[in-house]
Design a protein around this ligand. Sequence first.
Ligand code: NAD
Length: 366
Amino acid sequence: MIDIKEKNILNDARIFSTMAELEHEQIMFCNDNEIGLKAIIAIHNTVLGPGLGGTRFYNYQSESDAIRDVLRLSRGMTYKASISGLNLGGAKAIIIGDPNKLRSEVLFRKFGRFIENLNGKYITAEDVGTTTGDMEYISMETSHVVGLPEIKGGGGDPSPVTAYGVYLGMKAAAKHVYGNDSLKDKTVAVQGIGKVGYNLIERLHKEGAKIYITDINDGNVKRAVADFGAISVSNEDIFELNVDIFAPCAMGAILNSSNINKLKCSIVAGAANNQLENEEEHGMMLKSKNIIYIPDFLINAGGLINVYSEVNGYNKKIAFDQTEKIYQTTLDILQKAQNENTHTQRAAIAIAENRIKQVMLLKSTI
Ligand code: NAD
């Protein structure tokens, strides 16, 4: 007989106090010993609609790390959907373990059954560690999944749409800073030339920008140099370049106290999620250095817009058209931050939270 009292589970994880602090609605823990499935679905806020967010498959060092990640990511999805004007809430799921060892049809189908139990309150999609093939397995057990391949009626790879949104956010930032939105002859440093980075520099090249790049993958660097005449620099030098725009398109938490001090750009606008290691401290630090930061959850929302358009039957043109709103929203946030003498991340969160409050009022009346 296992003595649950001895395990002190909830006290150690302080799950309810963390949920209360971050204002989460629901967390679902999913377990199957035979299959080896350990997953968490965190639903942050469903005022605007069902919570949509990808499933991350990652070998977390501890269960607390996993919980922290899923709570943080699901909250970010609420803001991303709200600021993009979508009728979607925020949620995210994680599967704990090494995807290369655990990936199987039955694991994803079982996970699909857990999603089905939520009756549409949560819609999943691809994320780090999961593929469109995994989404197909999930779709065998639930219809609450997007990000399927194009031949299956899905939107396919969302990266071109994400890159389009980043490009438009960058142009809006240029308009705010330089008075016009042309990127011709502007210097742009792009960190990470993967799916989004490559699509982004293709657009920048077409517009006549001078592009500097870095990537830990040599093949990606060579391709960008050959295709667009980009100039390759080291991973360290990318932060110190004397450029107009820095575009982080690799991994999250990339901006911290030490590298912000090295930046010489006027604008930070890139695709990576959760770019600021600490939202308040580093948002403020960029502001005090007079660097315009375009909040990641706004500028990289093209991917979410793309998968959202699958819910009502995918249409590529509609996805690209909706992404164009990022341009005006960027201008609005920059204006609000300037008027209120605050940093852009805070201004953007206020706009996202305000939309949720307004819709809540609407729902409280007939
Ligand atoms: P990707 O894996 O295709 O590309 C990432 C690139 O960054 C790779 O080429 C990788 O080699 C490089 N990289 C990793 N660590 C690096 C480092 N330390 N220095 C330099 N380069 C490094 O991913 P992606 O789909 O292009 O996404 C890029 C970023 O944008 C990610 O943070 C992702 O979460 C975010 N994002 C992507 C989408 C999308 O639609 N793909 C949507 C929203 C947000």
